[in-house]
Design a protein around this ligand. Structure first.
Ligand SMILES: *Cc1c(COP(=O)(O)O)cnc(C)c1O
Ligand SMILES: [Zn+2]
Length: 422
């Protein structure tokens, strides 16, 4: 499906066309995701007008305050959607102290989104594009959080949803997704198998009216991640931090936070400066971290085996671009074991009262590791991105019943439990 130029003007805001990130070829705005010349990934290109801080500040308290920087109509905030975003930027002094940091540490806490992960952002933008392009069903391949976000967004808009996920996902994530009453299809295979199936479904009769947010709508979807970067900059008082640590699955979030910051600098919304971008993976699925460590540009796919299922993409589509952003900024990518992931979850909870899902544990643990290796500057102002909520991955950290003790209702027995310590 391709639109004529006059409709594009209304439907996709300042977006003008799609551009191949590999060879630079242009394509019309449409449900296209790979270049017709070289099969490279397509990205949205824009011609921005003047955009001021005041205009943004006067906008809605959601990611739609940045609508002028996204491939969405100007009035997108009025459509039936979940309006995610504007999550808190939490100052994490206790965690900084525990990590031996002297610079200010912030947690961008995206567990505060409507379905408790940053995926609501990418879905909101892809959903808008899908509607403009005439798709009536919202679909995706997912490691869990995306399925939840798609099912909820479709429910809100009165659309049908079809989500395809590996059948071994955390049952909390499947149950939560099923609550919205869309199709939840478990596939016997890993995420990369599910993703391949979705690519095969494009153009088939059964799925002719399905907009797959992360397949045929992927160029629009990925742009939603820029808003994490925009918000960090605005919430810091319109400036950029020294360094940022971002979890990496496909690599889109990391790539787009960097893209968002470069756009802000170009538009004069923040002063340009050198900032460093760091990536975080689990050792059980570390293709981007491995390529970084070995100085390679190509990513060798892996078979994921980690409790951090939301990051378990063995063949990451945006991996090379994430590597590029990290290298260009003089950052690094680290990975940590599942035990360290659990320690990271606990450390964030104990120090800051934030209960993160496994992806957040990965980010905290990699931050600790990069500090120990002297790669992150302990004196720098640092932002770490918590992308999801701990209740979604309870299985990963639960030990026993969770009780410190189980007793009869007696003051003495309570005193005994307290006296025996933690
Ligand atoms: C999807 C996801 C990520 C990573 O996103 P990519 O853009 O694919 O790198 C990180 N954290 C959580 C919780 C996610 O669901
Ligand atoms: Zn190309």
């Amino acid at each position: 499906m391709t639109l004529t130029a006059d409709r594009v003007g209304q439907s996709f805001g300042a977006a003008t066309h799609l551009v191949c990130r590999a060879c630079g070829a242009h394509a019309n705005l449409g449900a296209d995701y790979s270049c017709w010349e070289c099969f490279g990934p397509l990205e949205v290109a824009y011609e921005f007008g003047d955009i001021t801080r005041e205009q943004i500040e006067a906008g809605p308290l959601s990611l739609w305050r940045y609508a002028a920087l996204l491939p969405v109509p100007a009035n997108v905030a009025e459509s039936r959607n979940l309006a995610p975003g504007m999550t808190r930027l939490h100052r994490a002094d206790n965690l900084a102290k525990a990590l031996g940091m002297t610079g200010t540490l912030w947690v961008k806490d995206d567990s505060g989104n409507p379905t408790h992960s940053f995926k609501d952002r990418v879905v909101a933008v892809a959903q808008s594009a899908g509607i403009q392009l005439g798709f009536t069903t919202l679909a995706c391949a997912s490691t869990g959080n995306l399925a939840h976000a798609v099912a909820a967004a479709a429910a809100r808009a009165g659309q049908r949803s079809v989500v395809l996920v590996p059948s071994n996902l955390e049952s909390n994530k499947i149950q939560a997704t099923a609550a919205y009453n869309g199709f939840v299809i478990g596939i016997d295979g890993n995420y990369d198998d599910v993703n391949r199936l979705c690519s095969e479904l494009i153009g088939e009769e059964v799925s002719a009216d399905w907009g797959f947010v992360n397949v045929n709508l992927r160029p629009y979807y990925a742009e939603g991640s820029k808003t994490v970067g925009y918000e960090i900059a605005e919430q810091l008082g319109w400036r950029l931090p020294d360094q940022v640590v971002i979890p990496v699955a496909s690599g889109a979030l990391l790539t787009k936070i960097d893209k968002g910051w470069r756009e802000f600098v170009k538009l004069g919304l923040v002063d340009g400066r050198d900032y460093r971008v760091f990536g975080a993976q689990a050792t059980g699925c570390n293709p981007v971290s491995t390529a970084f460590a070995n100085g390679l540009d190509v990513i060798r796919p892996v078979k994921p085996d980690t409790i951090a299922k939301s990051l378990a993409i063995g063949n990451p589509a945006d991996g090379p671009y994430a590597l590029d952003a990290v290298r260009r900024s003089n950052g690094a990518i680290g990975d940590v074991s599942d035990e360290e992931v659990v320690e990271g979850i606990r450390l964030l909870a104990e120090t800051e009262g934030i209960f993160a899902e496994t992806a957040g544990g990965v980010t905290v643990a990699v931050t600790r590791k990069l500090l120990a290796e002297g790669k992150l500057d302990p004196a720098g102002e640092t932002v770490i991105v918590n992308t999801g909520e701990g209740l979604k991955t309870l299985d990963a950290i639960s030990s026993g019943t969770g009780f410190s003790a189980t007793i009869s209702p007696s003051v003495d027995l309570v005193a005994e439990v307290i006296a025996s310590g933690k």
